[in-house]
Write a protein that binds this ligand. Structure first.
Ligand code: NAD
Length: 278
């Protein structure tokens, strides 16, 4: 029988711990404030921003919402980010991605002050992760490590395979697994004999961005499978990068979609906000 790694439950535990910490910080006269910037009205982004605001309210973090029109220019957005960088009341700045095409995402991310970059995307924080020094870790990969640890899954010494090498998931989760002493292999769109490699994994992290890409033929019997993908299938039902029905019976533990990695991203964003003040 396999274990379902319950991201909803684990993220709730983390939010409850953070709520207590925030109350203690408040009693010490310290408040936490997150500025959330959304440009345009992409429906998926609005849902994510809404979830972040709700989590802030639950934990006791003040959130400032900046909803800018679709036609906002690069200069206008950069000016707002710089203003928030200089605002002592603001501890964290989050710019919801993706941004409209007239805006250079990378320049925006690099303009956020590293000590307020609670998404962990700024080069200074990515570099810190790389060399193992202190900095914000990006939320989805950080959440995956929490899921594994809080489910009692050992990473040290294990063969970890990651499918995907994106800056927001594949690369940082590979570095984090390495930091936890896993033996890590990164696979990507040019990898040859993919299944030969994934079948060696004790822990397989799938961030390929293709619905139900991984099935039981990709895994070793008893592997742990972490599914990062979020998609809607032909029946408009949420699904991941892993075909859960086919794969789960061959695993020892697996994350479902929804209710696996997804809720952890917001919880770890809140964690980063609280630690920015601590
Ligand atoms: P991406 O498209 O940037 O990266 C996909 C990666 O998969 C690339 O590095 C590519 O090389 C690799 N790839 C593509 N085809 C492949 C193939 N045939 N074989 C091997 N590798 C292949 O995607 P991303 O931003 O890393 O996101 C991955 C998935 O995770 C998406 O479904 C996304 O929606 C989801 N996601 C979820 C959360 C969350 O909070 N749960 C956060 C971020 C991303």
């Amino acid at each position: 029988m396999y274990q379902i790694i319950d991201g909803k439950k684990i993220s709730q535990e983390i939010k409850d711990e953070l709520k207590e910490k925030t109350a203690a910080l408040k009693a010490d006269g310290k408040s936490i404030c997150l500025a959330v910037i959304q440009v345009g009205s992409d429906p998926a982004s609005s849902v994510y921003v809404g979830n972040k605001k709700k989590a802030c309210a639950y934990i006791g973090i003040e959130s400032l919402a900046y909803e800018l029109p679709e036609e906002t220019t690069q200069d206008e957005l950069l000016a707002l980010v710089r203003r928030l960088n200089d605002d002592d009341k603001v501890n964290g700045i989050l710019v919801q991605l993706p941004l409209p095409k007239q805006i250079d995402e990378n320049e925006v991310i690099q303009t956020i002050a590293p000590e307020k970059d609670v998404d962990g995307f700024n080069e200074k924080n990515v570099g810190a992760l790389c060399v193992g020094s202190k900095g914000f870790v990006s939320c989805t990969p950080f959440g995956i490590i929490q899921l594994l640890k809080r489910s009692g899954i050992e990473i040290s010494g294990k063969r970890c395979v990651v499918i995907g090498r994106s800056n927001i998931v594949g690369k940082p989760i590979s570095l984090l697994l390495l930091r936890e002493n896993g033996t890590v292999t990164i696979c990507h769109s040019r990898t040859e004999n993919l299944k030969e490699i994934t079948r060696q994994a004790d822990i397989l992290v799938v961030a390929v961005g293709k619905p139900k890409f991984v099935d039981e033929t990709f895994i070793k019997e008893g592997a742990v499978v972490i599914d990062v993908g979020i998609h809607r299938d032909a029946n408009n039902k949420l699904c991941g990068d892993v075909d859960f029905e086919k794969t789960a019976p061959h695993t020892s533990a697996i994350t479902p979609v929804p209710g696996g990695v997804g809720p952890m991203t917001v919880a770890m964003l809140m964690y980063n906000c609280v630690s920015s003040v601590e």
